[in-house]
Every structure is written in C-alpha cells, then in structure tokens.
Design a protein around this ligand. Structure first.
Ligand SMILES: Cc1cc2nc3c(=O)[nH]c(=O)nc-3n(C[C@H](O)[C@H](O)[C@H](O)COP(=O)(O)OP(=O)(O)OC[C@H]3O[C@@H](n4cnc5c(N)ncnc54)[C@H](O)[C@@H]3O)c2cc1C
Length: 415
C-alpha cells in the first residue's frame, strides 16, 4: 500500500492510548481518513503523564520495551518516519526485594550477569531458566513474523501459517502450559523464593501469578529484560511516546479530538456505519460516520459500546472474565538526597510471604533519574503502586481506604 496514498475509507479510532494512537498514526500514514476520539484531557491513556508543582509524573506505565533495533516501537517509528524518543537502559530492569531480605535480586540486562545472579539466588533452577530462554527465542522469532492470533479469516490463517518455521515447533507442546506447571515438571514447586520472585514479576505483566500465567507469554515477558532487547527509561516522560504518535497522525491528515466520549458504535446489517460521540465541553451529541471503527478500549467497554450488536458468544466470554486487577498509585516529589546514588529506576518489594500478593503487602516503585526531565534540580519523583481489588473500593469508604493506602505506601518506602 503506497504511503500517503488517499484511500476513500473513513476510520474512527476510539481511545488515544498508545494502542489507539499507534493504529491511528499507521492508518493515516497509509492514506486512510482517520479520526481519534478520547474522553480524557490528554492523550496517552495509561501511558500519559500529569504535572504538579514542577514535577512530571508518569500516570501508569514507567518503563518501555521495544526501542532496540528491530523492536516493535523502533519498527513502528521507522514506518511513520519519526525519530525514536531518547531513552536510557534500565539496568537492572528491576531490583526485587523478598520478605526480610536487604539485598535485592537484580534482573541485569547483560545475559551473563543475569545468569550468574539467578544461579546464585535460585540454586538448582538453571534447567528451568534455560528452557524458558529457548521458548523465548523461538516465540520471539515467531512473533516477529507477525502472525495473527486467533485467525478469523483466510488471510489471518495465511499469516499464521507463514509465520511457523521448524524452530517454532519447540513451543508447540507448551502452548497451553502455565509457569506453575513447568515449575512442577522441574520439581521446583517447593522453592519459595523462586516461586515468589516469579509471582511478583509476572503479576506486573499478566496481573496473575506463576500458576495462572501462560508459559509462552511468561517466557517473553521475562526474556525481554536482557540484551539484545531490554527495558528503557524515556527521557522527558512517558508522554513523549504519545506526543510523537499524535504529531505523526496530524502530519498525515488525521484528527485527534480529546474530551470526546464515544457512547455507541452504530451498525446496520452487521456493518459499522459510525459512532455516536458526546463533546464534553459543549455537551453536544453527534454522529461521526465511519467505514471502519477500531475500539482500542477494554473488552468490557467494547461490549457496552456495541450494545445489542455485540455478538452473543463474545458477550458471554467477556461476562465470564475474572474481575480485572486494579492499581493504587502514590505520586511523590522528594529531595534527591533522600535517594541512594546507585538506586535502580525500578524496585519491587514484598513485605511478607503470607496471603496473596497484592493488597498492602507489595509495592512496585519507580524513581526518576537526575536530569531525566521529571523533577526540578535537586529533587526526584517516586511513584509507588500496589495491586488492589477494585470491588473493595466500591463497597468500602473510598476516602478512608485511600488515606490508609497512602499512609502505608509512604511508610513502607521510608523503611
Ligand atoms: C499502574 C500501571 C503501571 C503500568 N506500568 C507499565 C510499564 O511500566 N510498562 C509497560 O509497558 N506497561 C505498563 N502498564 C500497562 C500499559 O500502561 C498499558 O498496557 C498501555 O498503556 C495500554 O494502552 P492502550 O492504548 O491499549 O489503552 P489505554 O491506555 O487504557 O487507553 C485507552 C483510552 O481509551 C479512552 N477511552 C475509553 N473508553 C472511551 C470512550 N467510550 N470514548 C472515548 N475514549 C475512551 C481512555 O480515556 C484511554 O485514554 C502499566 C499500567 C498501569 C495501570
């Protein structure tokens, strides 16, 4: 498809998070007539930022993968012909503190250093890690060939079949396995430190622990921290990613309308015809016609937006999903002097082994670097998040719960 060639198709993208903006910018680049609606004030969704008293805080995401040569962001930015944002490596990607321990498990970027670290930390587990690394390599190459999963059309099926190579076959027996099953297969289910480390790290990526995380997904999530991949800390803030995507979208004729809530996806005889949108500033409700609608929102929101047009099977699957995990986040501006000079940018703490990881017993902490654009001279930002059960916030006194969480998070960081 020719770049910049005008295609007579109108696309509406719902949601200006990284996913929606990437889709919109790529489609505009390929000549589609694209309009993006988002209900928030600023684009970026869970990867946006806000400012307070001279500090810039990343709202949700704080570290990025895929900026290395051949990485997903690098490929997308090359196609959009925009520069990659400046970033530094997170090395270690994370420093994980288990209960009662004062030395962290450091997830180093250098593969040899990480191998030495895990052999020291988790004796007897190397065969488990070696298999994980093999699965990562094979599934990384498979994902790089852009298969469509699950396939829904002959074209999807063709993409999928073309992505399979002999080396993909090593992953086949593990398609439906979990990390917990692999631990048991290697007799490691009783290794409490290893299991807890995996639970903590996997919860960041999949929102569930080792027993429930799909093995192939975990192999990728755990494998991207090492070279030649790696996790990155963006200069400026996370917002630079969305800002660059918005610039590319608008350069190629696309439109972004913030503070516009899509109320409904309209369709006739199974084909979308447009969306109903409410302008939050004026309260006006109008119809935006479209030939294609991309809903980059949660599946629950998508079902609501489709209303009676949601396919019954899809609606049932969504209704059966377990409640999603929430994050409680405390944003702090602190004196730089209060932070050790060699503090890694990301730390994870578990305070006791009892009970499930989440409410009140764990923290994920991100710390800004001097000169990274987030804090004034001599200061730093500290963002501390913990997993939380969203239902409890609806049942319990919201303000009391918020105060309790805030006090706990601040007290724990001081320790
Ligand atoms: C606390 C936290 C920490 C995280 N840390 C990391 C990290 O370090 N690294 C990492 O890679 N990932 C991290 N993530 C995950 C990452 O932020 C998300 O996966 C990613 O940003 C999701 O992007 P998205 O575009 O798919 O969706 P979202 O960012 O959720 O965007 C959806 C957008 O749709 C809009 N919207 C929804 N409904 C409507 C409607 N009806 N009309 C108009 N607009 C609508 C919303 O306003 C929102 O802007 C973290 C997430 C959280 C919450």
């Amino acid at each position: 498809m020719a770049v910049g060639h005008s295609i007579n198709q109108r696309v509406v993208v719902i949601g200006a998070g990284i996913g929606g903006l990437t889709t919109a910018a790529l489609l505009a680049r390929r000549g589609y007539d694209v309009t993006v609606f988002d209900q928030a004030y600023v684009p970026g969704g869970c990867a946006s930022t806000f400012k307070r008293r001279g500090f810039t805080f990343d709202v949700g995401a704080t570290q990025v993968a895929g900026l290395e040569p051949g990485g997903v962001h690098q490929q997308i930015f090359a196609e959009l012909d925009i520069p990659l944002p400046a970033a530094t490596h997170c090395d270690p990607a994370c420093a994980v503190y288990l209960p009662g321990e004062t030395t962290p498990i450091s997830v180093w970027r250098d593969p040899a250093a990480w191998r030495a670290e895990r052999q020291r930390q988790f004796p007897g587990s190397e065969r488990f890690w070696q298999l994980l690394a093999k699965l990562f390599q094979a599934s990384w190459r498979f994902q790089g060939r852009e298969p469509v999963l699950p396939p829904r059309s002959p074209w999807d099926l063709w993409q999928l079949v073309s992505a399979v190579r002999p080396d993909t076959l090593i992953t086949a027996p593990f398609t439906f396995s979990t990390v917990g099953q692999l631990l048991r297969a290697f007799g490691l289910q009783g290794d409490r430190r290893l299991k807890t480390f995996l639970d903590l790290q996997l919860k960041l990526y999949s929102q569930v622990g080792a027993d429930e995380t799909a093995l192939l997904y975990a192999a990728t999530a755990l494998g991207v921290s090492q070279a030649p991949q790696g996790l990155f800390h963006l200069e400026g803030s996370m917002q630079v990613l969305s800002d660059l995507l918005v610039a590319a979208l608008e350069r190629d004729g696309g439109k972004l309308l913030m503070r516009h809530t899509v109320k409904q996806i309209q369709s006739t005889q199974g084909r979308v015809t447009g969306v109903t949108v409410r302008d939050q500033k004026t309260g006006d409700i109008r119809t935006q016609p479209a030939d294609i609608v991309v809903g980059n929102v949660t599946v629950q929101n998508l079902v609501t937006l489709l209303g009676d047009d949601a396919p019954a099977g899809y609606r049932r699957r969504v209704e059966k999903l377990a409640d999603s995990s929430g994050a409680f986040v405390v944003y702090l501006g602190v004196e730089r002097a209060a932070i050790p000079a060699d503090c890694p940018p990301h730390l994870q703490f578990l305070y006791d082994y009892d009970g499930p990881i989440g409410e009140n017993n764990s923290l994920f902490v991100s710390v800004s670097r001097p000169g990274d654009g987030r804090a004034p001279e001599g200061k730093a930002t500290v963002i501390a998040s913990s997993f939380t059960d969203l239902n409890a916030w609806q049942q319990d006194n919201y303000d009391r719960r918020k105060q309790h969480y805030t006090d706990t998070a601040i007290a724990k960081q001081g320790e």
